[in-house]
Design a binder for this molecule. Sequence first.
Ligand code: UD2
Length: 280
Amino acid sequence: MILKERRTDVNSVTNWNVPLVWEGTFDPVVIDAIYKRMDPRVAVIVFAIGKYTQFIKAFLKSGEKYFLVDFRVTYYIFTDHKENVPQVKLGRSRNISVITVPSAKRWQEVVFGRMKWATIAIETQIVNEADYVFMMDIDSVFHNRFGAESLSRLSAVLHRIYYKNTHRDSFLYERRPESTAHIPAGKGDYYYTAAVWGGYVEDMYKLVKQCYTQAEEDSKNNIEAAWQEESHLNKYLLHNKPAKVLSPEYLWSDYDAVQADIKVVRISQLVKDYAKVRPN
Ligand code: UD2
């Protein structure tokens, strides 16, 4: 696609002057060629604990079709059931690395645990193997190109429920001052989803480590942030602004009708029976 006209129906820059990425605001051929010259190694961290291993196959198969095609990608699958990791045919320069982590009794433990296990794995292994890291939910499928336009020092995705909402006080931030994830009324930029985000390995390490440390501190004080690791992610990103903000094209949901300004759904979360897939 040659970009003839830049889209004007959506805001494509944040108020700290970084791109807000929408279909029609970039040329995919040009941007892929720029990043391809650097030939970055990209790590994708996904968790598949308990029954969530059933989602691995569709995630990987669709990722191979649409995620940073022709780039060097390693999927790091964190699981308590490595025997349930399916064989999926991968493209050239693409790999899978399985990392064993303990099972959990509560789903909240799993989602908080993502910050802990990612901190440990980046520190001990991934820092030597990747330039960029993405964290993604496994219960989702790629439907369209997710390319180099998503890469930056720190990239975060607007939550599909709140992207049209300019009243920051209605965002689901943690509001209790007792929690380290607390964001006071009147503060905030956007509400970001914890289901897709990424950045340079060093910046991602700082982020996951801080969120992990904060969650530990909360736990000592017997408090759990309202939206678990998503609350901590939002707190971090308020004080450490993303270098790119990605539109909800980068994480939509099969639960919701696609809105007129979403020209392309790049990843969509699957509809799932929470009672059947979660441990509690
Ligand atoms: C849930 C919560 C939301 C918020 C968010 C935290 C609802 C309706 N939504 O959204 O409130 O707390 O999570 O991110 O409750 N996973 C496993 N095994 C499990 C549970 C989770 O592997 O037993 C992994 C898996 O990679 C999954 C991810 O954690 O994709 C997120 O968990 P989810 O899909 O249950 O969370 P989600 O997006 O429905």
